[in-house]
Design a protein around this ligand. Structure first.
Ligand SMILES: Nc1nc2c(ncn2[C@@H]2O[C@H](COP(=O)(O)OP(=O)(O)OP(=O)(O)O)[C@@H](O)[C@H]2O)c(=O)[nH]1
Ligand SMILES: [Mg+2]
Length: 309
């Protein structure tokens, strides 16, 4: 397995501004250190920013421990403590690195509930990879929604990448299979498979997704090299429930967090990692082709406390 694109830190600055409005200034930290009231205020702030209960508890415990050891004195120390713990949760694996095949086409399967931004994310990722010199194919395995195939085809034409579609109402697993065949014969580097939106509670559709996954696995060893779940950053804690449900059907390897431009509750990134161990790899920050970035844990941690002196 090789690594497709690496994080390019110079592009990252600025994206994370105002991502999490942690408003730590609301947390009163007496000159002598934290007190019960300030810990409670911090807890509320973290929960409001979508860190979720397990990560919030972990952060509060850490702050309390440091306090007892006489360390978390003053706001600056508290911030350093929280930064370190968040970095620990996110792990040292650098964000945004997508696994690629060592030979033959790399396959990414893109899944998620309705309207979260799957097709747009596929287009943005195709654009990013094509700009890096990869030969990309996008496959429209959404054979349900009227207009879904045309939507992806329009993007593909605009970006100038290969496009493969099946019949309207046909078997999406057959589209995936055909895409892999075509990719091999055309010497494609990366195949992005766009799938239909499905409610994670719909058993039949989740089984259909399992079938697509199975077909891909059988056709190319090691594929799909990434199964990327697209989540809408504005849905808050519901995102963790979606991840849980999709993990029951496919092997979700990373998350594309879309619509981060419409949310200031980026704590969900930390919740997803703490509760499910699945990293956010890419973030969508708008509707345009260029609005996709690799996730940068360091910049994220800094931005969480950006309002702090
Ligand atoms: N602001 C913003 N809008 C986005 C982003 N990503 C997608 N959208 C918008 O969200 C809407 C739905 O996007 P699609 O890509 O069609 O979503 P989908 O998951 O493919 O939808 P279905 O195939 O119907 O399930 C579109 O209007 C997109 O422009 C993003 O990062 N930021
Ligand atoms: Mg779509």
């Amino acid at each position: 397995m090789s690594r497709l694109f690496k994080t390019r830190p110079e592009r990252k600055k600025g994206i994370w501004r105002s991502l999490v409005d942690l408003a730590l200034t609301d947390v009163r930290v007496a000159a002598g250190g934290l007190d019960e009231a300030s810990l409670e205020a911090l807890e509320e702030t973290l929960l409001r920013a979508d860190f979720g209960v397990p990560a919030t508890m972990r952060l509060i415990d850490r702050a309390e421990r440091e306090l007892k050891r006489g360390k978390a004195r003053g706001q600056a120390m508290l911030v350093e403590t929280l930064k370190a713990e968040i970095a620990d949760i996110l792990g040292d694996e650098s964000g945004g690195e997508l696994v690629g095949a060592s030979s033959g086409p790399t396959v990414y399967l893109v899944v998620g509930v309705n309207g979260v931004g799957k097709t747009t994310s596929v287009a943005k990722l195709a654009h990013l990879l094509a700009a890096q010199g990869q030969r990309v194919m996008v496959a429209a395995a959404d054979t349900y929604r009227a207009g879904a195939v045309a939507q992806l085809e329009t993007w593909a034409t605009r970006i100038g990448v290969d496009f493969l579609k099946g019949q309207q109402g046909g078997d999406p697993a057959a589209v995936a299979f055909d895409a892999l065949e075509a990719a091999e014969s055309r010497g494609i580097d990366v195949v992005l498979i766009d799938t239909a939106g499905r409610l994670h509670t719909n058993r039949d559709l989740m089984q259909e997704l399992e079938k697509i996954d199975r077909v891909v696995r059988r056709r190319i060893e090691g594929a799909p090299h990434e199964t990327l779940l697209v989540l809408d950053a504005t849905v808050g804690q519901n995102a963790t429930r979606q991840l849980e449900a999709f993990k029951g059907a496919v092997d979700v390897s990373g998350i594309i967090l879309a619509k981060l431009d419409s949310s200031s509750r980026g704590g969900i990134v930390v919740a997803l990692r703490q509760e499910h161990g699945v990293p956010v790899k890419l973030v969508g920050t708008g509707e345009g082709l260029g609005d996709l970035s690799t996730f940068d844990p360091d910049a994220f941690v800094e931005a969480v406390f950006a309002s702090e002196p």
